[in-house]
Design a protein around this ligand. Sequence first.
Ligand code: G3P
Ligand code: MG
Length: 250
Amino acid sequence: MTINLPKLIGHRGVRDLAPENTLQSIKKAIELNIKWVEIDVKISKDHIPFLLHDSSLERTTSGNGSPLNYKYSELYKLDAGSWFDKKYKNLYPPTLKEVLDLCSQKNIGVNIELKPNKGSEEANVVAITELIMKHKFDCQYFLSSFDWFSVIKIRKLLPESHVGILIDSFDQKRNFTKMLNKCNEHNFFSCGFNITIISDEIINICKNYGILVTVYSSQNIEKNEAEELWNLGVDSIFIDNPTSYKNMLE
Ligand code: G3P
Ligand code: MG
């Protein structure tokens, strides 16, 4: 399946408008006409892939500690919305299957970010691969991670899939070239960069390698910044709040 990345990808759903990585956040993105969403995926104790950004449950749920200590049936009982607003108290951390079902139904693309807790990298890749192979979801998707092991492994297990690496920082140009050679070796589809390290030089080198460029940030990327990035050749931007993009999304 060829995929065309859109200019905008909703970050953790639309994380400024609804609790991140919940079905509500994805539904909100769909309502606002966003065509692709990014989600963070890790596994429970019983190896069910589900959505959670952090390595522990505290910040975005009513739970404590590592999700690897709980079966999904226990995680399902957690409140994943009150931290954002009391009115979301009935939200729970959804499974990856639920999200892929919803996005297939609504014809929405999904960037599945593999966010394994330390030590569960292999089990995380295997559980996600098995789910995708078993259900053959209808939606477009691509897989990415900051974790090289995860992206290299899933590229091998799902050879038809599109896979990208995420880069938060690198020391020198030499490291960047080394990294791109690795991307090339594994036939990666994209590189996602933190907005703090992106440059026209990096974008041009990626383009010469035929690798798509995405950009994320710890805070919302507003439309004026995004326009500069698109002009430099960036393919997709992760956004938390689409308000300044309203005209583009009508
Ligand atoms: O995939 C882009 C972005 O989600 C990476 O950063 O920490 O928000 O998962 P983070
Ligand atoms: Mg992410």
